[in-house]
Design a protein. Structure first.
Length: 644
């Protein structure tokens, strides 16, 4: 071997040695990557660059979708789509999101005006004002805007207030009728509705800020209910954000504050789960406050002193004649009797500062008692310690319909009541009672529709019933679905859920695949150009996204084709009739419906975007309807932005 050959051999040996040394290092790097250990800086930069590119693409998708929505002919969806886009964009480009929120608000205002004109044309009564008496479209914008910025929502609310003030200027000059519940103004009621939405999202501070102007109007049943619900949500503070204190102070400055106002305010101290009021005929009215409770950390609210001071001022001040105070004498007398009777025990326990007033209050109670008939007095006295309606609510939930059924005089009336019984029992998951009610329907078409509703309701309940990961009896679920006489979309839904349950078992890939294939066969049988077919592919895509991504892409493509073939499909529909049989009338189909977010197009696209953003974008672009495409694109972009 000459020197040149020896050099080549030496070089080859060195190369082999290096390769042998690198191979274990490469394997170790892969193991570190799989174990979650830090990757090389270059690899990390590549991952970051890809994430940044995806984020930029998602933001552009939101902006493009919002811009295209400005040309939608449907004003309601023009507002809805821009609202969703602005909300998704807010954390990344607040200035542009504000602009889009403003455009959405303008579209919603126009949509509300169109809806009012359509309603006026339908009933044949026309107003001479441009003001809108309801704001269905603007409610959606306000809900999202308030969750992002209370001041922006406040500006929108002011526009609505000014609009209503212009429309009701003449009516505002007339004294408002004081109803037993002291109904708030329409604008205050809308504020409270918006505040409730923020409560559900746990935006407690913003909910209080939105509600505060409604509280400033004065005492009302709606204001008290919101305050009690807010306290229950927050849980620790007796008077969160001081709303009750402000309401009591407002009442103390109002010369018209009377016993009925006190009765409403007293619920904060006496019965947080129950509001009471006295109507014009002297009858007690009740309103249950769901989920409300007393503060956890103290026996009486911090704000009770404000209320006690007000009660003393109102109940013990010299009374002018009822006519001079423009109140109903019987209503005022009973309101005072119930209020004093409920408060005396609390004044006795409130310490010397207030116990001194107890003798005067008892004297007043006796005087009022002598002015009432014995029967009426006993009935009212029995309500003094009532703190909730739980005793009344504990009765059979089907009792009202059963009582109506017993009094029905015709077969048509009995069938209609039995249909309502079926619907209520199914929604309470009282399956046996639902079936008994359905079989009691004499009209054959109505009976079939009712039985179909029960079956679909049971299928819709599968995921809840089997939500425990240990529940993996997919065979019994599939057997039930196959035997059930259900619409095709519901059978597809049930088998898709069975596939998810089967995936919990080891070595069940073949069973999962077979169940998905069977679900697909039912989806294919659903009527073409129907929302049932779209829903069928939506639910099996949803299931496949959890257990078989490869199948999910096939189903998503079919979902897009079904959506493109369905006239007037928007993508945000969540309800479907449970029976295709319309022989018993269209009103039956409207009554017997099932609801699920799994039917929504954006729900499915959000899930698929978390698997593969680029493929989901491509499928969203394949949607031919401008509104479904907008929903899909926004959901895809939002999922990409939220993905870590």
């Amino acid at each position: 071997m000459n020197s040149e050959q020896r050099m080549k051999a030496s070089s080859l040996l060195m190369t082999l040695a290096l390769l042998l040394a690198v191979a274990p290092m490469s394997a170790q790097a892969q193991q570190k990557k799989r174990a979650g250990k830090p990757v090389a800086p270059a690899t990390a930069r590549a991952i970051d660059d890809k994430a940044e590119a995806r984020r930029a693409q998602a933001l552009n998708l939101l902006i493009e979708t919002a811009d295209s929505a400005r040309a939608f002919k449907d004003l309601l969806y023009r507002a809805k789509v821009q609202t969703l886009a602005a909300d998704a964009l807010w954390s990344y480009d607040e200035a542009r999101a504000r602009q889009i929120f403003r455009r959405a608000w303008e579209a919603a205002s126009a949509a509300d005006r169109d809806e009012q004109r359509a309603e006026e044309e339908a009933v044949g009564v026309f107003s001479n004002s441009d003001a809108v008496t309801w704001t269905a479209a603007r409610d959606e914008v306000l809900s999202k805007a308030a969750a992002r910025d209370a001041k922006m929502a406040e500006a929108f609310m002011r526009e609505m207030i000014q609009e209503r003030e212009r429309a009701e200027e003449a009516a505002a000059k007339q004294p408002a009728r004081r109803t037993p519940w002291r109904e708030p103004s329409p604008m205050a009621a809308r504020r409270l509705a918006l505040a409730y939405e923020l409560l559900e999202k746990r935006e407690y501070m913003r909910a209080a800020q939105i509600a505060e102007p409604a509280i400033a109007e004065g005492v009302s049943g709606d204001a008290m209910e919101f305050i009690l619900r807010l306290r229950a949500y927050v849980g620790e503070n007796a008077d969160p954000y001081g709303l009750y204190r402000r309401l009591v102070q407002r009442a103390s400055t109002n010369p018209n504050t009377d016993a009925n106002d006190l009765l409403l305010l007293s619920s904060y101290v006496v019965s947080p789960q129950l509001l009471m009021a006295v109507d014009e005929k002297g009858g007690l009215q009740f309103r249950s406050v769901a989920y409300a409770s007393s503060p956890r950390n103290q026996t009486e609210p911090v704000a009770s002193k404000f209320f006690y001071d007000l009660a003393v001022a109102v109940l013990l001040r010299p009374q002018a004649p009822s006519r001079a105070r423009n109140v109903n004498p019987a209503q005022d007398r009973i309101a005072r009797y119930v209020t004093v009777g409920r408060l005396v025990p609390f004044f006795e326990r409130a310490g010397a500062e207030y116990a001194q007033y107890v003798p005067v209050m008892r004297s007043q109670l006796n005087q009022l008692s002598n002015e009432l008939e014995a029967g009426r007095r006993d009935a009212l006295t029995a309500q003094f310690e009532l703190t909730s309606m739980m005793g009344r609510n504990a009765r059979d939930p089907l009792a009202p319909q059963l009582e109506q059924l017993a009094r029905a005089n015709s077969s048509y009336e009995r069938d209609r009541i039995s249909l309502g019984l079926t619907r209520r029992a199914a929604r309470e998951r009282l399956w046996d009672r639902a079936q008994r009610a359905a079989y009691g329907i004499e009209n054959a078409d109505m009976r079939r529709a009712a039985l179909s509703f029960i079956v679909v309701s049971q299928i819709a309940d599968i995921s809840r019933a089997y939500r425990d990961d240990k529940e993996d009896d997919s065979e019994s679920v599939a057997r039930f679905v196959r035997r059930a006489e259900a619409p095709h979309f519901a059978s597809a839904w049930g088998l898709a859920q069975a596939a998810v349950i089967a995936a919990r078992k080891k070595e069940s890939r073949d069973e999962v695949s077979a169940l998905l294939t069977e679900a697909q066969s039912y989806a294919e049988r659903a009527d073409k150009e129907s929302r049932q077919r779209v829903a069928a592919y939506a639910v099996i895509t949803d299931a496949a996204s959890l257990v078989s991504a490869e199948r999910a892409w096939d189903f998503l493509a079919e979902l897009v084709r079904a959506a493109n073939s369905t006239p007037d499909y928007m993508g945000d529909e969540t309800t479907l009739p449970t029976s295709a049989n319309s022989a018993s009338g269209p009103d039956i189909s409207e009554e017997l419906t099932i609801e699920s977010d799994s039917f929504r197009l954006d729900t499915i696209f959000a899930k698929m975007a978390r698997i593969d953003f680029d493929k989901t974008v491509a499928q969203s672009q394949a949607l031919t309807g401008e509104i479904p495409r907008a929903y899909a694109r926004i959901a895809t972009a939002r999922a990409a932005l939220e993905k870590k």
